[in-house]
Write a protein of this length. Structure first.
Length: 382
């Protein structure tokens, strides 16, 4: 690569990293505020109210309990880490009082803390924090405030972390919306790429669509995990209890989006095989391409519906999504689409359950969604 090309590539990479970093900073401002207030508040409380000298473990416990983490059950995580930190410090305080300080004592304390953590909980974070805090207690100079002063500091830090998580939580709707937007954008791109593969009779492009569709599973998992945390915040925090219904609606749509994405993987896998071995008629190519493009547009509209906060706008987008999907569903019959080969018919039949799942994601019942499909010759519906 020429020096000029390398410089431009490096500049693009640096620009991309900078944009990603600024996005992380912007989305992490509230949690940074929580961590700062909890850590400083815990330190001040332990120092001023408990009279401890340099209660660094109070600030440490608050920081690690509220540490940045995506997904997971937020309150359970804060409580779990707080308990792990406090127990680790308590074990360290107790054993150092009996054994004294030193390297072999640190080894005994660490081993004991890890085994106790495994006995109490199977979480890796719980074990790590309990062991880390215990060995720090042993290696640092003894506290002048008493044997279990540092343990009480950790309790203060954990309580401050829980208070911040309870009274100043992040908006539980934001993360699911962001994750869902990433999912529907990728899903729509998969369908568009599949449409281009049919239009150009390009089996390689179909294989690319298949690979891309398989890579959507982490996005689905991210939405599902984020929804668990969001539902917990909406159930517990007094600030966001009114948002529970909206989060549950997002969860309902996500379940059916997951099914639709799975059906898209089946469709793209079959499409790659069909384009490698079968020549479709011009009418079939046009019909399949149009259907896939329309589905991609409908998925984008569904994403718009789930990303807005205003109930009126959301319902308007959902209604538009249902209309767009119903229009596609009514055409999903091999004869209507000009498909004559068995392989082409299989593509149409693979699209039918995907459209049903998307209609249910947009708010239709299963029976209403099935009613949008044309009846097949044998009287059944797929």
């Amino acid at each position: 690569m020429q020096p000029g090309n390398r410089a431009r590539a490096a500049a693009r990479a640096l620009g991309s990293r900078s944009r990603v970093g600024l996005t992380r900073v912007r989305t992490g401002i509230l949690q940074s505020f929580q961590m700062t207030v909890a850590a400083v508040g815990a330190y001040v409380i332990a120092e001023q109210l408990l009279g401890h000298h340099g209660p660094i473990f109070a600030a440490t416990a608050a920081l690690v309990s509220l540490g940045f983490a995506k997904g997971g059950l937020r309150y359970r995580r804060v409580l779990e880490v707080s308990i792990g930190v406090t127990l680790g410090i308590a074990v360290g305080d107790g054993l150092i009082h009996v054994l004294g300080a030193g390297v072999w004592q640190a080894a005994v304390v660490l081993m004991t803390s890890i085994l106790l953590a495994r006995f109490l909980d199977n979480g890796a974070l719980f074990t790590t924090q309990m062991g880390l805090q215990a060995v720090l207690v042993v290696l640092l100079p003894p506290s002048t405030d008493g044997v279990f002063a540092r343990s009480s500091d950790a309790v203060v830090g954990g309580l401050c972390a829980l208070a911040m998580a309870y009274f100043v939580p992040t908006d539980p709707r934001r993360q699911p919306r962001d994750d869902l937007r990433a999912l529907v954008d990728e899903f729509s791109a998969v369908l568009s790429e599949a449409g281009r593969a049919v239009e150009n009779h390009d089996s390689t492009a179909a294989w690319h669509a298949l690979v891309r569709s398989r890579q959507t599973q982490p996005l689905v998992d991210s939405v599902t995990t984020g929804l668990k945390a969001s539902l917990e915040i909406a159930s517990v925090s007094p600030l966001y209890r009114g948002s529970r219904a909206e989060i549950e609606e997002i969860g309902h749509s996500t379940r059916y989006l997951d099914l639709a994405v799975r059906n898209a993987r089946v469709l793209t896998r079959r499409l790659a095989s069909v384009l490698s071995h079968v020549t479709l008629s011009d009418r079939a190519v046009d019909s399949l391409t149009e259907a896939l493009d329309n589905l991609a547009d409908a998925v984008t509209t569904l994403g718009n519906a789930l990303a807005v906060s205003a109930p009126g706008s959301r319902e308007s987008y959902l209604r538009q999504t249902r209309n767009e999907l119903a229009d596609v569903a009514r055409r999903l019959h091999p004869r209507t689409m000009g498909v004559r080969t068995m392989e082409g018919e299989a593509l149409v039949l693979d699209m039918r359950p995907m459209v049903v799942d998307l209609l249910e994601a947009a708010g239709m019942t299963h029976e209403e969604a099935l009613a949008q499909l044309p009846r097949l010759e044998d009287g059944d519906r797929v």
